[in-house]
Write a protein that binds this ligand. Structure first.
Ligand code: B1M
Length: 215
């Protein structure tokens, strides 16, 4: 079994006890962090979701896989932060939309954005409309990002935007959105400037958006 396959299998089986050693061994075998995340960890989570949807895996399995992914990220996160030249790029406020408890993808976006030198304010999961408004007032971010994994609660995004608009805070911030069911078309429907399909491209888009804002 290749190193990547071993990482993939560890997430699929929810093997959180051994995954850190498996990831360290992949790193020692010169597998890039990007491949470990994309081809190993994230790809396995997609299979976990598919198997959950077809009834082959149950909620406790999904929780174990999530725990394995989070445990693996504890090894990867410090290495990602060290891999970029850090200079303060701007401030991002990010949270998972109201009603949604998924945070693994959001946390990966945060890690990548911090690696690019952004200060990131993490509002957590199931974030209330007012909490985004209060955070925008307090931190005056360049970018406000929503993460959404459930098609049902993505319907709350227009309410998030309405709350920001009604507070008079929409001007001057770049809105961003991402998450497995999100598309560019979805972002366009609500006038959200920035959409990114994954954490690496989100970090690149954040840099581009802040540069464009400053130009
Ligand atoms: Co949930 N879940 N879940 N779940 N879960 C999905 C999303 C699902 C697709 C599984 C399935 O049925 N196939 C399905 C949603 C169906 C739908 O809406 N269409 C689902 C469901 C139904 C549910 C529950 C309703 C199950 C139930 O209770 N019956 C429940 C909902 C609870 C709630 O939120 N209110 C639920 C619960 C859970 C757990 C708690 C068990 C756990 C979450 C643990 C946690 O996050 N702490 C969980 C998990 C693990 C998943 C799957 C298997 C994996 C999600 C994940 O972590 N992926 C997921 C299946 C899937 O997505 N295919 C599933 C890995 C992660 C790295 O990828 O989050 O996509 P992702 O993030 C990516 C990109 O999307 C992007 O970058 C990230 C990194 O590349 N991105 C952004 C994310 N946010 C971004 C923000 C940006 C930019 C990019 O800003 C600009």
């Amino acid at each position: 079994m290749s190193s990547i396959e071993a990482v993939y299998e560890a997430v699929l089986k929810g093997n959180y006890k051994e995954i850190q050693d498996i990831v360290k061994s992949a790193i020692n075998n010169n597998i890039s962090l990007e491949d470990i995340i994309n081809k190993g960890l994230s790809a396995a989570m997609v299979e976990v979701g598919d198997k959950f949807a077809t009834g082959e895996l149950y909620m406790p399995d999904m929780l174990l896989s999530a725990k394995a992914m989070k445990t693996a990220m504890e090894v990867i996160k410090p290495l990602l932060k060290g891999s970029e030249h850090i200079s303060e790029k701007g401030t991002i406020v990010i949270g998972t939309v109201k009603g949604d408890l998924h945070d693994i993808g959001k946390n990966l976006v945060i890690t990548m954005a911090e690696g690019q030198g952004f200060k990131v304010i993490d509002l957590g999961i199931d974030v209330d409309y007012q909490k985004f408004v209060d955070a925008i007032r307090q931190y005056k971010p360049d970018i406000v990002a929503f993460s959404g994994l459930l098609t049902t609660t993505l319907a709350n995004i227009p309410n998030h935007i309405k709350a920001i608009e009604e507070a008079g805070l929409r001007r001057g911030i770049v809105l961003a959105v991402g998450g497995a069911p999100v598309t560019r078309h979805f972002a366009d429907m609500y006038g959200i400037e920035l959409y990114a399909p994954d954490a690496s491209s989100a970090a690149k888009e954040f840099v581009a958006a802040v540069s464009a804002k400053k130009a």
